[in-house]
Design a protein around this ligand. Structure first.
Ligand SMILES: *Cc1c(COP(=O)(O)O)cnc(C)c1O
Length: 426
C-alpha cells in the first residue's frame, strides 16, 4: 500500500496504511517539509488517548468505542492502550477488523439488523457474545444462528440488548427513525429476550452530537417505563453514543455534566443489584484525533475550490451543513498585521455540483490558489468516510504533536454553563 515519496524522508501511504510516520510539530511544519499536492490526514494520538482516559476514568460505568466513527487500526490500538476494552461493532467486517487488530478486545455487535451468517460467524469464529435487537424477528434470528454456531445447543452465554427508540430532539444528527422498538412493544420484547439471554440489557441512542445532558435523562426515563412494564430483571443499561465534541457554533456543556445526570438517573432505575452501566461513544473518542490539510486549487470570489470535499473527509460539511474549524497555513497568519477574515464556501475536487460545503469558513480575505488550509476536528465521521470517487481520495498521512483545534479534554475551557452555548445548526 505504501510507496516512498521521492523527496524527503517522510513516508507516504494510503488512508489506513500504518507505516512508520514522520512526526511533525504541526500542520505548518508538514506543509513546509512536503508541500503535499493531495489532501493530508494528520493523526494526533495524544488527543485520542486523552479522550479515552477521560471516559475510562470519569464515566460512571463501562465505555465501549463505537468503531464506525473511525475504524483506523492505529486509533483502535491507541484506545486499547488507554484502557478501552469493549468495542461496538456494526458489521461482520468491523468484527474481523477489530479482532485482527485487538485479539483480546470484547466485541459487542450492536447493529439491530444483522444477517444470520454474520451472527453465526461472529459467535463461532470471533467470540462475540453481545448482540442488540429491536424486534422479535431479530431475537429469533439471533437465537437460531447462535444455536447453530454452538453445535446445535442453545447457548447460555448471550448478552442481548433491546434497543429502545428514543427522541433525538437535543441532537444535531438524528438516529431516531431507523432503529429501536417503541415503548408499546418493549415490554413483550424484553420478556421474550429475557428467556433467551443470560444477561439482558436495554440500549438506545439519543442521536449524535447531543447538545444537552437532558437527552439522556429523557431516554433513561423511557428505559424505566419499559422495565416497569416488562417486570423483568435488567442487567445492563447502555446509554449509547451521542456525547458531543466542540465545533464552530456548537459548544456543548462539559462532559462531566452528562456523566453526572446519567449516573444520578441510572442509580434510580429498578435494575438488578449487580447491573452495569455502559456507554458507546464514537465521536467523543475520536473527533480530536484527525485534522486534514487541503490546498486551494482555485478561487472564485468567496468560493474556494479545494482538493477534498463531499466524497472525501467533508461528507458532513456538504450534506448536513456541519461547520468545521479552519485555519490558513502560513507563517505569521496570526500576526497583528495579518489580513482581515472573510467567510468562504468550499467546492470539493469532483465534477459533482453537490460537492459543495457552505460553511461559512472564516479565512483571510487574501487567500488564493496555492494556499494550504487545515480543517480540524475530522477524526469522527470525516477521515473514515473518504471515497475514491472521480479518481480523488489519495491521501498522505502524518503524525503531529500540537493540540487539536478544540478540545473537550484540555481542562482549560471556560465554564460554558454560564453562557447560552446550545446553538443549533438548523
Ligand atoms: C453511531 C453509533 C454510536 C456512536 O455514536 P456517536 O454519536 O458517534 O457517539 C454508538 N452506538 C450505536 C449503536 C451507533 O450506531
Amino acid at each position: 500500500m505504501g510507496t516512498s515519496k521521492p523527496q524527503g524522508s517522510f513516508v507516504h501511504c494510503s488512508v489506513w496504511g500504518s507505516l512508520e510516520l514522520h512526526i511533525y510539530p504541526d500542520a505548518l511544519a508538514v506543509v513546509g517539509a512536503s508541500a503535499p499536492d493531495q489532501p493530508a490526514i494528520l493523526n494526533r494520538p495524544h488527543a485520542a488517548a486523552r479522550a479515552a482516559r477521560f471516559f475510562v476514568e470519569k464515566f460512571p460505568g463501562r465505555s465501549l468505542y463505537a468503531v464506525k466513527a473511525n475504524p483506523s487500526p492505529d486509533l483502535l490500538r491507541i484506545l486499547w492502550d488507554a484502557g478501552v476494552t469493549h468495542y461496538d461493532v456494526a458489521s461482520i467486517a468491523e468484527v474481523r477488523l477489530v479482532r485482527s487488530t485487538l485479539p483480546e478486545a470484547t466485541l459487542c455487535f450492536m447493529h439491530p439488523v444483522k444477517t444470520p451468517s454474520a451472527v453465526r460467524e461472529a459467535y463461532a469464529q470471533y467470540g462475540v457474545r453481545v448482540f442488540s435487537l429491536d424486534s422479535i424477528e431479530e431475537l429469533e434470528k439471533i437465537r437460531i444462528a447462535t444455536t447453530e454456531a454452538n453445535g446445535g445447543e442453545a447457548p447460555e452465554d448471550l448478552t442481548l440488548c433491546v434497543r429502545l427508540r428514543v427522541s433525538s430532539e437535543y441532537s444535531e444528527l438524528s438516529l431516531a427513525s431507523k432503529f429501536g422498538c417503541d415503548l408499546t412493544g418493549a415490554g413483550e420484547l424484553l420478556q421474550a429476550t429475557r428467556q433467551v439471554a443470560d444477561s439482558l440489557g436495554i440500549c438506545f441512542h439519543v442521536g449524535s452530537q447531543s447538545m444537552s445532558p437532558h437527552a439522556y435523562v429523557q431516554a433513561l426515563e423511557r428505559a424505566r417505563a419499559a422495565i416497569v412494564d416488562a417486570a423483568v430483571t435488567v442487567d445492563i443499561i447502555d446509554v449509547g453514543g451521542g456525547f458531543p465534541s466542540i465545533y464552530p457554533g456548537m459548544e456543548p456543556p462539559p462532559l462531566e455534566d452528562y456523566f453526572a445526570v446519567i449516573d444520578r438517573t441510572y442509580e434510580s432505575l429498578p435494575v438488578s443489584y449487580s447491573a452495569e452501566l455502559w456507554c458507546e461513544p464514537g465521536r467523543a473518542l475520536c473527533a480530536e484525533y484527525n485534522s486534514i490539510i487541503v490546498q486551494v486549487d482555485k478561487r472564485r470570489g468567496t468560493e474556494l475550490y479545494i482538493n477534498d470535499g463531499a466524497y472525501g473527509a467533508l461528507f458532513d460539511a456538504a450534506h448536513v451543513g456541519w461547520r468545521f474549524p479552519v485555519k490558513v497555513l502560513r507563517a505569521g497568519a496570526n500576526d497583528d498585521d495579518a489580513p482581515a477574515m472573510e467567510p468562504f464556501s468550499f467546492y470539493g475536487p469532483t465534477c459533482d455540483d453537490m460537492d459543495h460545503m457552505d460553511g461559512p469558513f472564516e479565512l483571510p480575505a487574501d487567500i488564493k490558489a496555492g494556499d494550504y488550509i487545515e480543517i480540524g476536528m475530522l477524526g469522527a465521521y470525516g477521515a473514515a468516510m473518504k471515497t475514491v470517487f472521480n479518481g480523488f481520495g489519495a491521501t498522505d498521512v502524518f503524525e503531529v504533536t500540537d493540540e487539536p483545534m478544540s478540545s473537550q479534554y484540555r481542562g482549560d475551557r471556560r465554564d460554558p454553563r454560564v453562557t447560552d452555548n446550545v446553538v443549533s445548526l438548523r
